[in-house]
Design a protein around this ligand. Structure first.
Ligand code: R5P
Length: 295
């Protein structure tokens, strides 16, 4: 087995390769003047299993296209198996039609990934695991819940915190994390207008005064959910409030706004690289999974 660090995830891929003591395949890529991608695999991959690590955050279309080109080229050059690790799988929220006529982009991309030669896709905390697993039959699919792994790492620091999920959809993650931290959790109720994207939230009757609170979500994008939940918690005078998520997709000003509101610390994993916030390294967990399943 050899590793290819996709252009979107070079640092993470190098860490995974190091954790597994696996060689990295030499390849070259550049962007032409008109921004088209040039790619060349510089060594033989014949009869090899290749692990590509490529997240698909902004610019999403470019990262997806790089992944398709890599998978297809590797298969064309004789690789026996291509496994794509996509730490953050974008478009996963376009998994169902809320309005008639909407594109099911999530299903389309998984289908295209299989067609491009990828045999197996491994992702982390995909938005809707059910939609992910029931998408294209032509490719093996694996979703890893990173809350199981980071929970153990955070235990000593957060065991006296109350864990809060901003909506019912966060229940499984929040319950998992609270159990690993040996603490309690509670959930807010959230409603989002499909057209305006406006978020409304209801809080349960709970006394936050002098509590240390860990607000937890799978993903932060516009920051609307995290900001509203933080505002509601901070109004109830907790001792401290921190925010934890798996995929940090927001622009830097969103993290700054949260900090200015009084959120003491913002933590995510490094599924999407970001130097502005504290990031937990997922390379050891991915490496462990690969070792157990494939090596
Ligand atoms: C929603 O179902 C997700 O779990 C997140 O709460 C949501 O996607 C976060 O998005 P935003 O930061 O735009 O509110």
């Amino acid at each position: 087995m050899k590793i290819i660090p996709g252009p979107a995830s070079i640092e993470l891929a190098e860490r995974i390769a190091k954790n597994l003591s696996l060689p990295i395949v030499k390849y070259s890529y550049k962007y032409f003047y008109d921004n088209e991608t040039y790619l060349r695999v510089d060594e033989t991959v014949k009869n090899e299993t290749i692990l590509i690590i490529q997240s698909t955050h902004f610019p999403q279309e470019k990262h997806w296209l790089e992944l398709f080109i890599l998978c297809s080229t590797l298969k064309d050059l004789g690789a026996s198996e291509v496994i794509s690790i996509i730490p953050y799988l974008s478009y996963a929220r376009a998994d169902k039609r809320k309005i008639e006529g909407e594109a099911l982009s999530h299903q389309i991309l998984i289908e295209l990934l299989g067609k491009s030669g990828c045999d197996c896709v491994i992702t982390m905390n995909v938005h809707n695991p059910e939609a992910f697993y029931s998408s294209s039959k032509g490719i093996e699919k694996i979703n890893i819940n990173l809350f199981h792994h980071i929970g153990a790492e955070l235990k000593s620091e957060y065991k006296n915190f109350i864990v809060v999920g901003p909506d019912k959809g966060a229940e499984e993650d929040v319950r998992t994390l609270a159990k690993l931290l040996e603490t309690d959790y509670l959930l807010f109720e959230k409603e989002r207008d499909a057209l305006t994207n406006e978020v409304k939230m209801k809080t349960p009757d709970y006394n936050f005064e002098n509590k240390d609170v860990l607000l937890v979500d799978d993903i932060i994008t516009s920051g609307g959910t995290a900001k509203l939940a933080s505002k509601l918690i901070l109004e109830k005078k907790p001792r401290t409030l921190q925010f934890l998520c798996i995929h940090a997709l927001s622009k830097d000003e969103v993290y700054l706004e949260l900090k200015n509101m009084g959120v003491e610390k913002i933590i995510s994993t490094n599924t999407i690289p970001n130097k502005q916030i504290k990031q937990l390294d997922i390379a050891p967990y991915i490496a462990k999974y690969i070792k157990e399943k494939f090596l």
